[in-house]
Design a protein around this ligand. Structure first.
Ligand code: ADP
Ligand code: MG
Length: 587
């Protein structure tokens, strides 16, 4: 039960000027009338990671209409909207309270352009109960408590932040409604793609390029997107009404054009089109099949017994490619593994940019085919498998290929980027291609791949078992300390480490946020301690994990008595990507 807020104030007054550990007594829940303040974790000293605080508002109090949070897409959009408002308020008070180190810090999650489900702001789909999580640096001078500064934060600043943005009555109801409408319209397109025979839609007027390499904001004064007439479709969105744009049909789509004409920019927009974007982003109506995966070469990655025999066979060193294992893959084998793992994750669309491909994985030209016989070449290039992937397995691809015409032969539609404006040139390109020898395809259709590999229980190498709240106690073979937890550290969008083992995620390009990376760390630790058992396949483990998150929330897989504020949900595809790059995976 929550105590009353004045109890907290009295407690704080009493511990003023005492040693920092006295702050620990503040842990607990306090009733502030219209909300509950919960102090979930108290930092050890003013220089340590800040304390964790959460705000809980009953659905009735928050007052949002049930039709705004009952459905998933709307709820996530609303949470995202509220978090952005809250963040802005909190920023005003950051370090307004004074002291040493992180004293006075007030910080909520900082979302980028994507709308993601985050622990920083969660609304219960049934009750509308709202939870907002933030970090607060409890103030001190040196290690001497300045509790009057904390009283300012908890009894003055924070109530102001909460009252202005977390109650429906205080908000601009039109803007909230528009946020809901945008969520509906995006969902309408995403759900519709499959039935319309499309893998992606790019609305006319979209702004695809970003401000700079370090800013995800839309580029100003760019050439806005216009569909080629032949590929233009008109959709009737539930709220916005008629919207025209380019429909990329299922099959093999080629994007060609001279250097610097906007090919990679279009592909990048498609990669991130698996996520929803906020109003004003320019990519609100750039919508890609939700399971699309970017494929690239990734020299040096580990490959854990993938069946890459569809692309690589008869290696000179005799290595088996039906369960290919390496700690240091080449350009082509890494790219083959990336394709197989995307298939394993259920991708229906592969996105490929020649800028980041291994050439020998993509094509083998005719002259080379004549000189070096097929039997002497372990690699069956992607060009010889792409039609099979589409026709027999329903996997489409969009390929940026500015320098090789070979793909003209197998493409279903060909788009040329010309000064950032796409033109469809399928007929012309096919006519030219007909003058060249046809592509020789391998006689045998590939079987497989076999996804039966089953990772074993892990955590042994570094001695720490994964202790998980409510779990099966993790793996405590090594000394049996049930409380010892895997130490998880995120490094931006680049990597996450479990204990000392780093998982390199630099080339997993559809990770949109560092908070997804942190979550991936927790998910991997959970899977290693609880799901990997040497019998269940990787697919089964990921299915189980996703099912748990869906039914019981992230709290069911993240250890500890409270949820950290900085977690965002990754897609199923990135969960596979992370697990597959874990060098400690027992296989
Ligand atoms: P390509 O892959 O064809 O070589 P890029 O997509 O990398 O070309 O684009 C080249 C440059 O043009 C980039 O700096 C990008 O930001 C810019 N750019 C891309 N699309 C547009 C656009 N629609 N309007 C203005 N600039 C653009
Ligand atoms: Mg490019």
């Amino acid at each position: 039960m929550a105590k009353i807020a004045t109890e907290l104030q009295t407690l704080l007054r009493n511990i003023d000027r005492r040693g920092y550990p006295a702050y620990k007594d503040t842990k607990g829940s306090y009733n502030f009338g219209r909300y509950i303040l919960s102090i979930d974790h108290v930092q050890g000293d003013p220089f340590a990671a800040p304390s964790k605080v959460s705000i809980h508002i009953a659905g009735k109090e928050a007052g949002f209409p049930v039709e705004y949070y009952g459905k998933r897409e709307r709820r996530i959009a609303l949470q995202d909207y509220l978090l952005r408002l809250f963040r802005k308020e909190v920023d005003k008070y950051n370090f307004k309270a004074k002291g040493s180190g992180k004293s006075g810090l007030m910080s909520a999650s900082r979302p980028g352009q994507e709308v993601l489900e985050r622990t920083a702001c969660e609304m219960d789909a049934a009750t509308g109960d709202l939870t907002v999580r933030l970090e607060v640096g409890f103030p001190a001078n040196g290690r001497t408590i300045c509790s009057y500064e904390l009283i300012k934060i908890l009894f003055d600043f924070l109530p102001k932040c909460v009252q202005d943005v977390l109650y429906y009555k205080r908000l601009d109801s039109r803007e909230v409604e528009e946020t809901m409408f945008l969520a509906d319209d995006r969902k309408y397109i995403r759900d519709g793609l499959e039935g319309w025979g499309l893998v992606a839609f790019v609305a006319n007027g979209s702004v695809l390029p970003r401000e700079s390499g370090v800013s995800d904001k839309p580029m100003k004064n760019s050439v806005t997107f216009t569909s080629p007439a032949s590929m233009e479709i008109e959709l009737q969105l539930p709220h916005k009404g008629a919207v025209k744009g380019m429909g990329i049909r299922k099959g093999i789509t080629l994007i060609v054009g001279g250097g610097y004409h906007g090919k990679s920019t279009l592909l990048k927009a498609l990669e991130l089109g698996v996520y929803d974007h906020i109003a004003g982003d320019g990519r609100e109506y750039v919508i890609t099949a939700p399971d699309a995966v970017k494929i690239r070469a990734e020299d040096g990655r580990c490959v854990k017994k993938d069946d890459i025999s569809m692309f690589v066979n008869n290696l000179p060193n005799g290595k088996q490619t039906a369960d290919f294992y390496t700690e240091d893959a080449s350009g082509s084998t890494s790219q083959a593994a990336n394709v197989i793992e995307a298939m394993e994750s259920g991708a229906s669309l592969l996105l490929i940019d020649e800028d980041t491909c291994a050439t020998n994985f993509m094509v083998r030209d005719e002259l080379m085919q004549r000189v070096v016989h097929r039997d002497k070449e372990p690699i069956t290039p992607f060009i010889e498998r792409a039609r099979h992937l589409y026709e027999k397995r329903g996997i489409s691809c969009v390929i940026v290929a500015g320098s090789s015409g070979a793909y003209f032969h197998i493409a279903d539609q060909i788009v040329q980027m010309d000064n950032y404006v796409p033109q469809e040139i399928t007929a012309l390109a096919k006519e030219e291609a007909a003058k060249y020898p046809v592509l020789l395809l391998p006689e045998q259709e590939p079987g497989g791949p076999d996804y039966r590999r089953a990772p074993g229980a892990g955590g042994a190498r570094h001695g720490g078992g994964a202790g998980h709240r409510g779990g099966r106690g993790g793996n405590d073979r090594n000394g049996g300390d049930r409380d010892s937890r895997v130490k998880i550290k995120g490094m931006g969008k680049e990597a996450v480490s479990l204990n000392k083992e780093t998982v390199d995620l630099r080339y997993v390009e559809q990770i949109a946020d560092s908070e997804q990376v942190m979550t991936l760390g927790y998910l991997l630790a959970y899977a290693e301690g609880n799901l990997f058992n040497g019998r269940d396949t990787m697919q089964k483990a990921v299915d189980t994990l996703m099912d748990m998150i869906e039914k019981k929330g992230l709290a069911s897989v993240v250890p500890g008595s409270y949820l950290p504020s900085g977690l965002a949900l990754p897609r199923r595809q990135e969960i596979f990507a992370c697990f597959n790059r874990y060098r400690n995976l027992k296989l």
